[in-house]
Design a protein around this ligand. Structure first.
Ligand SMILES: [Zn+2]
Length: 173
């Protein structure tokens, strides 16, 4: 796979890495979703210097999620227990954001997506003031799936990541 899984904002203030495993999880769920949107939460950690968010897992949609051709509402079923387990595990990971699949070859966050992310950024229960949103689309014949990545550092503001060129591919850890 030639895709780079290292991302950075143009200002250099935020960096993002996706593990190969998290990308495969999204790719698989997107394939299952066919013509409907889907999504789930991103679980990972920040590097010890806090410069980079590392997405270790892209979880499938909770069972109480609802979806249509151009909308997705992520449910919450099972997330509390699952996140408690990740927090207590040897390599501590936690909620870092959301991923969505939009069944289109050009992907944009919807107005609802932005509202959801601003809400999460401001909601103390998430303990995630800089949540990430990944939007994955439909591959056109022979192409890679389009993917865009955003960070929501403050209420009402977001920045888009750019893929860093010249990286060797997905990170293993
Ligand atoms: Zn969406």
């Amino acid at each position: 796979m030639s895709r780079s899984h290292h991302w950075i904002t143009p200002c250099g203030g935020y960096a993002l890495r996706l593990t190969a495993a998290s990308w495969q999880q999204m790719d698989r769920e997107c394939g299952r979703a066919e013509a409907l949107e889907t999504g789930g939460i991103l679980v990972g950690h920040y590097t010890t210097d806090e410069s980079t968010a590392v997405v270790a897992e892209a979880l499938p949609p909770p069972k109480d999620s609802t979806r249509g051709r151009s909308w997705f509402r992520r449910g919450v079923a099972g997330l509390r227990g699952l996140l408690a387990k990740r927090w207590e595990s040897q390599v501590r990971t936690y909620y870092v954001g959301e991923w969505h699949y939009h069944p289109a070859s050009i992907v944009e966050p919807s107005g609802d997506d932005l509202v959801q992310m601003y809400g999460i950024s401001a909601d103390p229960r998430y303990r995630c003031r800089e949540p990430i949103m990944l939007i994955v689309g439909q591959a056109r014949d022979g192409d890679e799936r389009p993917v865009r990545a955003f960070v929501f550092p403050q209420p009402e503001g977001h920045l888009e990541f750019e893929q860093r060129r010249g990286d060797a591919g997905p990170v293993s850890k």
